[in-house]
Design a protein around this ligand. Structure first.
Ligand code: AMP
Ligand code: GLY
Length: 417
């Protein structure tokens, strides 16, 4: 089979690494890929948001399956376009992609189907929103409705901060048109956890859990990032809690998709707040999480191609997805300045020094004259497996110490609970 993966980050590297183990795949392509992906797949110089270019390539190569990694091309309707061109595609269509691309779409869905979530109100007028400061008390949760690269949420502690954020969002338009509509939510307290699920029209199957570390600094301090590391399985979930999430969130979500004619097929990533009153949905994403995927897929025993094919055939219920007992820890190595602005093009040393059983997923890298250079905010994800979380953590950090580039920063507390 010929498979095309769209994207070029750590998530896509871990997907390509896992697919490359499938005996049925003859040709594995990735558009655009990166320096690490180039070791397991043929990278094609087409941007992940160049929908036309990707469709042309997929048709020209007679691709049997396309797999879409990032949220932006999904929201742009890449799945609809590829399917119209006759290409089988893993990922939700444009209609279903609103579950990530519009917070108000998701809030209305959750409310309609009585799925536990924070109360909310939406605004399209700046002055009305300014008048509503504090409607749910403080902190005030303000969310740009549209996609904002994970940065569109502000938790304002005070009236002044809320006023300033509203001015930035709706006056200065720092998130562009993504904040033409702003959703205000009740502030939830508890422990955050995320759950990735495979979904087709009949079935929803959670993967093994993973715990993300969103903030840049140790102890969960500093600004939010795309994710500075993960470990799997998460120690937040107990069997009782999983059962509750299944009954109160997963099954009503699947039923809601069916009732609303949302033929979701792909990965639904559910951000949860485990509050005193039980689990509540913070958000939906409609693709694999990054870096969650980098600690989850190394633990999967089942051939990922079988799962992708089952989902695209609406036969997910027929595959038994098996997992290793081993635990995984993934530490993200980021550029100096991330999540703000950062320099690119720093040579990376030590990639040949890491242990053979440790996985170094590339997130933002590029090859130039045989050198591997930094080419993004998040540069690498170092994943190690171990019999215990502690062993995985120790191995991950031992290998992080072998890699270096100018300005490299990483959290020292990934995998400690
Ligand atoms: P989101 O992009 O919707 O996941 O929000 C980003 C982060 O903001 C979440 O991971 C939470 O830490 C926080 N957050 C979002 N919504 C709420 C809420 N209603 N209450 C408390 N914290 C929230
Ligand atoms: N790690 C969070 C995300 O992928 O959105």
């Amino acid at each position: 089979m010929k498979v095309l993966v769209v994207g070029g980050g750590g998530r896509e590297h871990s997907i390509c690494w896992k697919l490359a183990k499938s005996p049925r795949i003859k040709d594995l392509y990735c558009a655009p890929g990166n320096a690490g992906i180039a070791e397991v797949a043929q990278c094609v110089e087409i941007g992940a948001e160049d929908i036309e270019g990707i469709c042309e390539f997929a048709v020209a190569k007679a691709i049997d399956l396309a797999v879409i990694g990032p949220e932006v091309p999904l929201a742009m309707g890449i799945v609809d376009k590829l399917e119209a061109a006759g290409i089988r595609t893993f990922g939700p269509n444009a209609k279903c992609s609103q579950l990530e691309a519009s917070k108000s779409f998701t809030k209305a869905f959750l409310e309609r189907h009585h799925i536990p979530t924070a109360g909310y109100k939406e605004f399209t007028d700046k002055n009305q929103l300014l008048d509503a400061i504090g409607i749910f008390g403080f902190p005030m949760v303000l969310k740009a409705d549209g996609l904002a690269a994970g940065k569109g949420v502000v938790i304002a502690e005070t009236e002044e901060e809320a006023g300033r954020s509203i001015e930035e969002m709706m006056g200065q338009k720092v998130f562009g048109s993504a904040a033409d509509k702003v959703v205000v939510e009740e502030f939830l307290t508890g422990t955050e956890a995320s759950m990735l699920c495979f979904v087709d029209e009949n079935t929803i199957v959670p993967m093994e859990s993973a715990q993300d570390y969103k903030r840049i600094n140790d102890g969960d301090k500093g600004p939010n990032t795309g994710g500075m590391g993960t470990y799997s399985p998460s120690l937040v979930f107990t069997p009782e809690l999983e059962e509750r999430i299944h009954k109160e969130i997963l099954l009503p979500t699947l039923k809601g998709f069916q009732e609303d004619g949302l033929d979701f097929k792909g990965v639904l990533f559910i951000g949860l707040m485990i509050s005193e009153k039980g689990p509540k949905v913070i958000e939906f994403n409609n693709r694999f999480g990054d870096p969650e995927t980098q600690s989850v897929l190394p633990r999967m025993k089942t051939d990922l191609l079988d799962v992708f094919m089952a989902v695209t055939n609406s036969r997910l219920a027929d595959v038994k997805i098996e997992w290793k007992e081993d635990k995984a820890v993934c530490v993200v190595l980021a550029s100096d300045g991330y999540p703000g602005s950062y320099a690119k093009g720093k040579p990376i040393a030590g990639l040949d020094k890491t242990a053979p059983d440790v996985l170094v997923f590339h997130a933002g890298t590029k090859i130039s004259n045989d050198d591997v250079l930094t080419w993004g905010g998040r540069v690498l994800g170092v994943t190690a497996l171990g019999k215990t979380h502690e062993e995985a953590r120790r191995k991950a950090y031992e290998n992080v110490a072998k890699v270096s580039f100018e300005g490299m920063q990483y959290r020292k507390d990934i995998g400690t609970v």
